[in-house]
Design a protein around this ligand. Structure first.
Ligand code: FAD
Length: 281
């Protein structure tokens, strides 16, 4: 295990993408030896409920890397969650990242799991041997009234049985440090990994920042403006920005770095190459 931890996130290929693309992604990540790779889960009623388990199985059994399976709750009833948990168990996952998921306009939620904490408590009861991870938001969740209130609910989620937190992306490390101080003061004492999303496209950064209510600091805005029309230059600047964020976080003494690889192994490798000497074995 790395000190601090180092983990990656991948997502199942889109419905119309060739299945093999996930193998290209995983092949491209070979040799990085992260502490785990997590696999996202679709939300809504039309999601392929088997994809996450299948990919987690591949990561665990073909690549020999611990896998973490995400699971969303708003559009699931207990039977669907049970089905997913059984698949995850068979896939040999290390843990389940229990999520509420986002509301989808025009789709009726099931109403069994209203918050991620409900799902956490349910998994603890059904599969006490499975570790349960949770999500957290350094700048506050976009629907929360305030960061302090969001942290109060986060404490409820941790008390329900979460043993490890992974953060939403953020572009200013000071936001993360402020969040850590508040979370620790609130009695949240589980490891908290910092979520880092490398910049690739100016439009997607702005869209995601708006959707997640995350701030684009001035020094990143300058980079986006400068290289918006030059994707290769922006990718290079994004790799440098993420590497700098990670170096600062590791120096600060964070518990771990969770890199949102976005199924782009080349950028992920370049970042890892830059920061690997900072992670002890
Ligand atoms: P919760 O912890 O339930 O929090 C959601 C909101 O409800 C917050 O505003 C919180 O303050 C509030 N709240 C919590 N508990 C209570 C309570 N008891 N009473 C009142 N309010 C409460 N989405 C996907 O669809 N698939 C994925 O694979 C996926 N992976 C993710 C991985 C990470 C690391 C992160 C950070 C997010 C991920 N998401 C994913 C997005 C996530 O589903 C959304 O951010 C969603 O809006 C919130 O999910 P949550 O589990 O954090 O919810």
């Amino acid at each position: 295990m790395h000190t601090p931890m180092f983990s990656l996130e991948v997502f199942p290929p889109k419905r119309n993408a060739p299945v093999g693309t996930i193998y290209d992604t995983l092949d491209g990540l070979e040799g990085l030896n992260p502490d785990f790779i997590s696999v996202t889960y679709g939300h809504g009623t039309h999601t392929d409920r088997t994809a996450t388990a299948r990919i987690a199985h591949t990561i665990r059994n073909e690549y020999g890397i611990p896998a973490v399976a995400h699971l969303t709750a708003l559009y699931s009833d207990k039977a669907k969650v049970d089905e997913a948990l059984d698949m995850f168990e068979q896939a040999g996952v290390e843990a389940v990242l229990a999520l509420r998921g986002d509301y989808i306009e025009g789709e009726e939620t099931v109403g069994v799991f209203k918050h991620a904490s409900d799902l956490v408590a349910y998994i603890r009861e059904r599969k006490p041997e499975l570790k349960v991870f949770g999500a957290c938001y350094p700048e506050g969740h976009y629907q929360a009234e305030s960061l302090d209130q969001d942290i109060e609910y986060l404490k409820v989620k941790v008390d329900a049985g979460v043993t490890h937190l992974i953060s939403q992306l953020f572009y200013d490390n000071d936001d993360f440090y402020r969040f850590i101080d508040k979370a620790r003061a609130a009695g949240i004492d589980v490891p908290i990994e910092a979520g880092i999303m490398p910049v690739r496209g100016a439009k997607s950064v702005r869209r995601m920042a708006e959707r997640n209510a995350s701030r684009i600091p001035e020094h990143l805005a300058v980079i986006l403006d400068k290289w918006e029309g030059n994707s290769e230059a922006l990718r290079t600047a994004g790799i440098a920005y993420a590497s700098q964020q990670i170096a600062d976080l590791v120096a600060y003494g964070v518990d771990g770095i969770h890199l949102y690889s976005m199924n782009h192994p080349a950028s992920t490798r370049r970042i890892w190459h830059n920061v690997q000497p900072l992670f002890g074995e």
